[in-house]
Write a protein that binds this ligand. Sequence first.
Ligand code: A2P
Length: 328
Amino acid sequence: MKIALVGATGLVGGVMRKVLEERGYGDCTFIPAASSRSVGKEVQFAGKSYKVVSVEDAIAQRPDIAIFSAGSGPSLQYAPLFAEQGTVVVDNSSAWRSDPDKPLVVPEINGDVITAHDKIIANPNCSTIQMVMALAPLHKRYRIKRIVVSTYQSITGTGMKAVQQLRDERAGVPADKVYPYQIDMNLFPHGGTFEENGYTTEEMKLLNETRKILRDPEIAVTSTVVRVPVTGGHSEAVNVEFYEEFDLEEVRRLLAEMPGVVLQDDPAHNVYPMPLFAEGKDEVFVGRVRRDESQPKTLNLWVVADNLRKGAATNAVQIAQWVEARFL
Ligand code: A2P
């Protein structure tokens, strides 16, 4: 296997290196690529040092798989060039997610949509991945009518510069701001950019990507995305209304049986998911499972996952594993 990693020097790129190694790709021919600023720098992978190359050089080496985590611009520019020569691209940016011809995949839910002809496969947004992981088994059983979700998103979702901003603010040294405001001791209801309808791009992803992954264009989703001064993962308060009546014990059983989901729900002993414990883990943690007593057929959940892991690197590598097992 020859694997290129575009964005190898970034925050997600670093976790991707780790996850690739953990999942048995330590012996692959590894091609780390990044922007021209990083060409020639060294990155570590599976106990060895590798020199970062340009994306053009990575294309010339004709890898079997190219995993992208370098933002939408490079994905739009370079993914088709890899795809043209037969490389399968797994793209972590939002560049291809809403393209009806490109699969948008969470392997545990809809890996089966990938065909041998797909050369660009989109990795969903971190907030969407963890939410649909919890909701997919419930959708199958009771069919979702409407979701109301508020997110509490880790700054790691914005990359290395955001982590540096928080560190600098904490240390009391002048910080380069990637956010419009101080993030330490603060939070803001602003993820992505504002659209004409008043929602942000991150909020609209929760609607459009959920419909595509759960294969139900009628699901209604309304969301508020909040950035919080946390590094371990994203948390979500999810209120979900179903068409069918549910049984709370069955809901708990369906969640516990979902591969990749861990039910962490024992309020009497203060057991509920938190980013502090989700950090570095591949699973999606679900707790605070309870009926919404204000409305029939409606459930509340609290969903936490490490956005750099299942929300990004782990899911992307799982897609690569899926493709390798079936099509390479
Ligand atoms: P570089 O380190 O050379 O800037 P993060 O999300 O942590 O900021 O990381 C973004 C990643 O995407 C980095 O590896 C960065 O490389 C890479 N990147 C940014 N722009 C480009 C580009 N035009 N071509 C290739 N890689 C890019």
